[in-house]
Design a protein around this ligand. Sequence first.
Ligand SMILES: NC(=O)C1=CN([C@@H]2O[C@H](COP(=O)(O)OP(=O)(O)OC[C@H]3O[C@@H](n4cnc5c(N)ncnc54)[C@H](O)[C@@H]3O)[C@@H](O)[C@H]2O)C=CC1
Ligand SMILES: O=C([O-])CC(=O)C(=O)O
Length: 331
Amino acid sequence: MNAHAPAPVTVTVTGAAGQIGYALLFRIASGAMLGPDVPVKLNLLEVPQAAKAAEGTVLELMDCAFPLVAGLEVFDDPTKAFDGANIALLVGARPRGPGMERADLLSANGGIFSVQGRALNEGAASDVKVAVVGNPANTNALIAASHARDIPAQRFTAMTRLDHDRAVAQLAAKTGAPVSSISKLAIWGNHSASQYPDITHATVGGTPATSLVEQSWISEEFIPRVAQRGAEIIAVRGGSSAASAANAAVEHMRLWVQGTPAGDWTSMAVPSDGSYGVQEGLVSSFPVTTSGGDYAIVPGLNISDFSRTRIDASVAELLSERDAVTELGLL
Ligand SMILES: NC(=O)C1=CN([C@@H]2O[C@H](COP(=O)(O)OP(=O)(O)OC[C@H]3O[C@@H](n4cnc5c(N)ncnc54)[C@H](O)[C@@H]3O)[C@@H](O)[C@H]2O)C=CC1
Ligand SMILES: O=C([O-])CC(=O)C(=O)O
């Protein structure tokens, strides 16, 4: 590193010994998330039983001799792991198995996020950006934010970029167009089967996507396929999405830090400011643009009756998850 290199960014990754962690850490260390000139200090958080496996990953990270890696440390104490964190990727949580819905994980995983919210509050950097990947991701982000009283809630987001990418890929396959020609697709609501992948505003090579596909394909094939893709992967692969989830986490944070391209947006679950009738404070997915390290919900989109019904259904599920974790004493 030369004398003019920027200061290292501290990135804390939880669940570092898990399958997503294994796919994610090498991408971050290579510069895929923060860019080719930004050194990273990687803090890996695991439960004590898995700390040794995380140490093994550290040995492999060393063996890659990534020039951007400015530090590598394993922790089993959240307060130490989040000390000075500029970026926190909260992956560590139990994944679902066949036949489970993500909401079935609320009680198993919710407790993790109250502890980590408090630990972030104690020592994270003042500019910390948090992305929750562990399921049920939206409600876990809500829990973490509620335990981090001194950190603005807007810094707590949940990942719906995997759903966004899945939707882009399905639309590309249907229209025979390259993925790079698709813009302005949006995921609304919960990262769950109730999510609403919306192509109302999407374009394919500049042409409105809705003029290229039939409404029956949208409602009977596209939406269910995207919304159920996690379950499809579990059924076919025998385990939940890992490399694609890691890729989406890299993209979520890369776009938040580096900005969305002109003429496009991304999908991120963020605390609602009441936009589009989504109850204020719920962590719900919206189309967002990012710039200068900040994000903004895309304003003023026309919402059709079909979209309204779908968004409302997913928001209703988020409200019921919030009620459930309130009852569990997690908020
Ligand atoms: N938002 C999304 O789009 C997606 C979310 N997921 C979710 O991501 C989570 C992780 O998935 P995998 O890596 O496949 O699971 P995994 O079981 O392979 O790894 C999870 C890791 O988290 C660790 N862990 C558990 N509690 C922890 C704690 N309190 N602190 C630190 N680490 C802890 C475990 O020891 C384990 O190593 C799951 O909840 C899964 O459902 C998975 C795919 C996509
Ligand atoms: O479906 C799951 O349990 C894992 C996940 O969130 C996804 O693949 O979208």
